[in-house]
Design a protein around this ligand. Structure first.
Ligand code: MN
Length: 257
């Protein structure tokens, strides 16, 4: 009994001492929430189109002929890519995804709607694709070449591995060269508009090269000959861009359009 008499006042004293601190903490969190939600409203109403640009193609629509003809390029960019862009803006409008970079959305994409996942992917993946193609003749850096040798045995082995992933991917999707955590390189493919930055794919990494293997990317020109489209892809790869992305990835940075 004596012990209880001693303990009760101590408990009361402890509770009293804690209470103001807890109240203060709760007040801080609640202020933070208010200010975050105010920022979010601003973002949702005013900033989305400014934040998420729809850039021009980095070359003319016929620049990659004869490997990708102008008609496909125009349709692919003006209709398909722009369609994803518009649906992406609509999907994130008024949600907590608005104001986040595509990279931030992908890192938690499982928390967002299917429309956000599909259209954020479609918006971002096509920029990766356009900007890793060029009509110019380019070369990879020695550093990228050395990394490909280390992880695939040779540049040709790498190309074969990537081509096989692109040719054999079932249905719509993408093949990728990615930089894994720890800086090794790997080839992966993803379905639909998923990409290796998303927290839903089996192997996450930073993408540095991609090919679109949706039928809309080649069917008008190549019909069912996806393999021929993939083989021609190598004639228009921008190795300077891929090398630059590789350097960025080694520093932990993701390419953003
Ligand atoms: Mn496409």
């Amino acid at each position: 009994m004596k012990k209880l008499i001693l303990i009760v006042p101590i408990l009361i004293a402890v509770l009293l001492a804690c209470q103001p601190a807890n109240e203060k903490k709760n007040a801080d969190i609640s202020n933070q929430e208010v200010s975050e939600s105010q920022d979010m409203n601003l973002t949702a109403n005013d900033l989305d189109e400014a934040m998420y640009a729809f850039n021009d193609l980095p070359y003319k629509a016929d620049a990659l002929e004869p490997f990708i003809d102008a008609k496909i390029m125009q349709l692919h960019y003006d209709k398909h890519h722009k369609g994803y862009y518009k649906k992406f803006l609509a999907a994130i409008d008024g949600t907590s995804a608005n104001g986040l970079s595509p990279e931030q959305i992908f890192a938690n994409v499982s928390n967002y709607s299917a429309a956000t996942r599909n259209n954020a992917g479609g918006y971002y993946n096509h920029w990766m694709f356009w900007t890793n193609l060029t009509p110019e003749s380019t070369e990879m850096t020695d550093k990228l070449k050395a990394a490909l040798l280390e992880d695939f045995g040779s540049v040709d082995n790498f190309k074969q591995s990537f081509s096989t992933a692109a040719k054999s991917h079932f249905g719509s999707g993408w093949a990728w060269l990615i930089v894994l955590p720890g800086n090794h390189l790997a080839v992966v493919s993803t379905p639909n508009q998923d990409n290796p930055l998303m927290n839903v794919v089996p192997e996450q990494g930073i993408p540095i090269l991609t090919i679109d293997v949706w039928e809309h990317a080649y069917y008008l020109q190549y019909e069912n000959r996806r393999a021929e489209y993939v083989d021609n892809f190598w004639k228009i790869v921008d190795w300077s861009a891929v090398s630059e992305r590789y350097e960025m990835a080694l520093d932990g940075y993701v390419y953003n359009p």
